[in-house]
Write a protein that binds this ligand. Structure first.
Ligand code: HGY
Ligand code: MN
Ligand code: MN
Length: 420
């Protein structure tokens, strides 16, 4: 690979990351939920930055923000990620991928490095599970995995119809099919992302080459017992929905920590709502979410079946009614070895210490895999923390990751010249 380093502008990248972090819910650190006012304002700012960079900028029918460098038709190269966050999240999850892509596009223009293929950089709308069963929304629409009918039936947490929320961002659900990419239309999709775990930092590696993306499976669960007087109801007479939920939470933890699954699987109850949620009332109902993830399909299936079995046993023993609905099912996504290798070679040429590792988090890349060869470059994050205000990545690492990504992009572009 004899491509000159792109020399991403570290100071400009740092300033963009700091500025984007300012678009947050004023009452919460680093909260920019998809479709929120702060998200819309951040989108305006980002679109302006795309235009300043000389990119042909538009919002596709799904609400994805797309900046294009290079005219001409035919298959494109694509870089991207997302700028929406979880609640009280961080400043780098998704952000380093979008701003890293923008910086690469700017440096390509400034350096005059002409690509053979058009380059599109994308901020995918609603990557985080703001809508449990449709996120990551923008990349799934692009891959044909979310249809107009599914959008028409959905609403954002505020109750606003999802179609209207998408239209507010400049999308057009009535023309959703136009946002779809068929296999062959995208030569390669590359995503720069923080690892969101501790592996790179502990290994002293500067970048990670993702080998497989773990699959998140998410279920909504309700447990219904009998709300009653907390003082006058004997323990033997109770049907306490929250006590049942407590047992289920531990059962999820056990299922994910089973000896032959450990390391590959995780399980979490991240959301729980108690009704009526009063100090002197026995909880009559609990609604919660269960999430199971693994890089191994069979482990994921086992964990899901074990969680369902536990729920049935707990409900029967405690006289509770229980429902469980898997609203989001994914399979682990292996990264093509040739995509891993082009990234590995790129890091070697740049004398950047790299290692291959699985992604325990999920990403837009996972959803684009059915329609494009995908690759991911990870950078370390401090103490492996993410999805919290403590999330931190060094700008030097972001710049190094962007440099590796850019070199891999240039190589994929060069390889595509050979195939006309
Ligand atoms: O949950 C995830 O893995 C991603 O951050 N949406
Ligand atoms: Mn995230
Ligand atoms: Mn992310």
């Amino acid at each position: 690979m004899n491509h000159p380093p792109l020399n991403v502008n570290r100071e400009r990248l740092d300033a963009d990351i700091r500025r984007l972090a300012e678009f947050t819910d004023p009452n919460l650190p680093y909260t920019r939920r998809a479709f929120s006012p702060e998200y819309a304002a951040a989108r305006e700012w980002l679109a302006e930055r795309f235009r300043d960079a000389g990119l042909d900028t538009r919002v596709d029918a799904a609400g994805n923000l797309i900046g294009r460098l290079g005219a001409g038709g035919g298959p494109v190269l694509m870089l991207g990620s997302h700028i929406d966050t979880v609640e009280a999240g961080g400043r780098f999850d998704g952000v380093v991928g979008v701003l890293g892509a923008l910086e690469i596009a700017r440096r390509l223009r400034e350096s005059g490095a002409a690509l053979a293929r058009p380059l599109e950089i994308v901020d995918f709308v609603c990557e985080e599970p703001t809508i449990v069963d449709l996120s990551p929304l923008g990349s799934r629409v692009m891959a044909g995995d979310v249809t107009a009918e599914m959008i028409a039936a959905a609403a954002v947490p505020s109750g606003e119809p999802l179609g209207e929320a998408i239209a507010r961002l400049g999308g057009d659900p009535a023309r959703l099919h136009e946002a779809r990419r068929k296999p062959g239309e995208t030569l390669a999709y590359l995503e720069l992302h923080i690892e969101q775990g501790p592996v790179l930092e502990r290994a002293g590696a500067d970048v990670g080459i993702v080998t497989v993306i773990a699959a998140p499976c998410r279920a909504v669960v309700s447990l219904t017992g009998v709300a009653d007087h907390a003082g006058a109801t004997s323990m033997a007479d109770r049907r306490d929905a929250l006590a049942g939920a407590a047992e289920l939470i531990l059962a999820v933890e056990r299922a994910a920590s089973a000896p032959d699954l450990a390391q590959e699987s995780v399980g979490t109850v991240g959301f729980l709502r108690v009704s009526p949620n009063m100090v002197n009332v026995i909880p009559g109902r609990v609604d919660l979410t269960v999430e199971a993830r693994s890089t191994q399909s069979e482990a994921l299936l086992w964990a899901r079946e074990e969680i369902e079995r536990s729920l049935r046993e707990i409900a029967a023993r405690r006289g509770l009614d229980a429902t469980l609905e898997w609203r989001h099912l994914e399979e682990p996504v292996p990264i093509p070895v040739e995509m891993q290798d082009v990234i590995a070679e790129s890091a070697t040429d740049l004398r950047i210490r790299a290692m291959r590792l699985p992604s325990r988090a999920s990403h837009d890349a996972a959803r684009l895999a059915p329609v494009a060869p995908v690759g991911m470059v990870f950078i370390p994050c401090k103490d492996g923390r993410s999805h919290c205000p403590e999330e931190w990545a060094e700008t030097d690492d972001v710049a190094a990751g962007a440099e590796v990504l850019a070199r891999a992009l240039l190589e994929l572009d060069a390889q595509s010249r050979a195939v006309r």
